[in-house]
Design a protein around this ligand. Structure first.
Ligand code: GDP
Length: 446
């Protein structure tokens, strides 16, 4: 039995969806542990591309259970559409389970999200967070302040009405809310339709642990957007860390075996907030264009820059990452050299290698120090074919050196490398010997 968690190790959009889907092949349960309809995990199947928002990728695999866990805030109407869409395309092959403890994201949360960000911007244009306006922050705020409505409440009309009335009484600043009776009716109806899927998920997962089945916890967003340890206040409203995945699923910490950190071979960020290696010139434009860096959920353009090893070391420590999955190495193919940031120089002249200043404005002023590594050739179909056949040894030598340098700098092994969007364009690297420490450069060369 293995309990694994997949964590985004940068600012999101690292291709967690693809890596989770890859790792789901031997999992009996895949659990989404946080977030809501703001997350969009893209997966390229032989049948075409799809984006999962609120369902765990386990729902795509026969014999697998995809659990939307208690740590999530679920927009029930969007979730229903997502299920129907998959069903229509014949892709809903696994089982769907929704935690009765997950909170309900309501239309008023969406209105509140926009209202709050506009209020910030009116007070101070620099204070806008650039949220997705999908209501995630307000839904989490109501959850912790104990105003929230949970999926379990949808089947209790008296309780649901009572809680809705409280919420409406509290949010007097908002305009354009749907009439309470109308919302009540819609929620009761969607609750009835989703009822077959809503159940307590803790006993389900604890039973799986007892039977020794494989569990995969699928984190949404990413470590550097953690509400406590990210670049506050430019963060999400939950804990997208390995610890947060445990809280968001009800799995005890002592059961966790592996933490897989997913990082792109470069860095992107969407929305506002510090981004030390951001490149607003031609290199950033190159990464955006070749990497297709546009939000899966919102369509927003992503900010782009080179790989930041300070952030990766920090994420590794914070999450106890045991191995890395490096994705989108093909995007950098054809470049003569590839810079990586190995440390920052902070405004007071000190250097930082694996810690993040707690003040976002200090991080904005951090100067990245780059090391320039040799690039690798473009990934033609011929190369991809060889990698499929022969594994990691067929990756270009300079790319293997790039990966080895990351391992050396971060101190954990790279186990998976993504070299294209398709489901089979992920290669597992062979362990380099007993103990699987970071391999030496010699071990990788040639
Ligand atoms: P997630 O939320 O972390 O799953 O990230 P996204 O949904 O934004 O996914 C990243 C995008 O990159 C998606 O369009 C993927 O299909 C694509 N992708 C994933 N892995 C690779 C890869 O190794 N190479 C390339 N070129 N694209 C990839």
């Amino acid at each position: 039995m293995t309990v694994r968690v997949v964590i985004g190790a940068q600012f999101g959009d690292e291709a967690k969806g693809k890596i989770t889907d890859y790792l789901a092949s031997d999992a009996r349960y895949v659990v989404r542990t946080g977030g809501g309809p703001n997350a969009g995990h893209s997966i390229h199947l032989p049948e075409g591309q799809l984006v999962l928002h609120q369902l765990a990728c386990g729902v795509l695999r026969k014999g697998c259970v995809g659990v939307s866990g208690p740590g999530m805030v679920i927009q029930p109407f969007a979730l229903e559409n997502e299920m129907q869409d998959l069903e229509r395309r014949g892709l809903l092959r696994g089982e769907v389970v929704l935690s009765d403890r997950a909170h309900v994201l309501l239309p008023l949360h969406e209105i509140e999200d926009g209202w709050e960000d506009d209020l910030r911007a009116r007070k101070n244009p620099n204070a806008r967070l650039g949220t997705t306006r999908r209501g995630i922050g307000p839904a989490y705020a109501d959850r912790v302040a104990r105003w929230g409505i949970r999926l379990t409440d949808l089947s209790r009309p008296a309780l649901l009405r009572e809680r809705l009335e409280l919420l409406y009484a509290k949010k007097t600043q908002l305009t354009g809310l749907p009439p309470l009776d109308e919302l009540m009716a819609r929620l009761t109806e969607v609750g009835e339709r989703l009822a077959p899927f809503i159940r307590p998920t803790e006993p389900l997962l604890w039973g799986a642990l007892e039977r020794g089945e494989n569990l995969l916890l699928e984190g949404a967003q990413s470590a550097l957007l953690d509400v406590d340890f990210g670049t506050y206040p430019y963060v999400t409203s939950s804990h997208p860390t390995s610890a947060g995945a445990l809280v968001g699923s009800g799995i005890p910490p002592t059961e966790l075996d592996e933490v897989i950190g997913v990082a792109k071979a470069y860095t992107t960020r969407v929305g506002e907030g510090p981004f030390p290696t951001e490149d607003s010139g031609p290199s950033g434009e190159f990464l955006r264009r070749v990497g297709g860096e546009r939000g899966a959920t919102t369509g927003r353009e992503r900010r782009c820059g080179w790989l930041d090893l300070v952030l990766l070391r920090y994420a590794t420590r914070l999450n106890g990452i045991t191995s890395l999955a490096i994705t989108k190495v093909d995007v950098l193919g054809g470049l003569e050299e590839v810079p990586v940031c190995v440390q920052y120089v902070l405004p007071d002249g000190s250097t930082a290698r694996d810690v993040l200043p707690s003040q976002a404005e200090d991080l904005v002023k951090a100067q990245p120090v780059y090391e320039r590594l040799a690039g690798w050739p473009e990934f033609h179909e011929r190369t991809k074919e060889r990698v499929r056949r022969e594994g990691g040894r067929a990756l270009p030598a300079t790319l293997r050196r790039y990966l080895a340098r990351i391992e050396e700098e971060v101190g954990v092994p790279i186990e998976l490398v993504g070299y294209g969007p398709a489901r089979d364009e992920t290669v597992r690297l062979e362990p380099q010997g007993p103990g699987r420490g970071a391999p030496s450069l010699e071990a990788w060369s040639g």
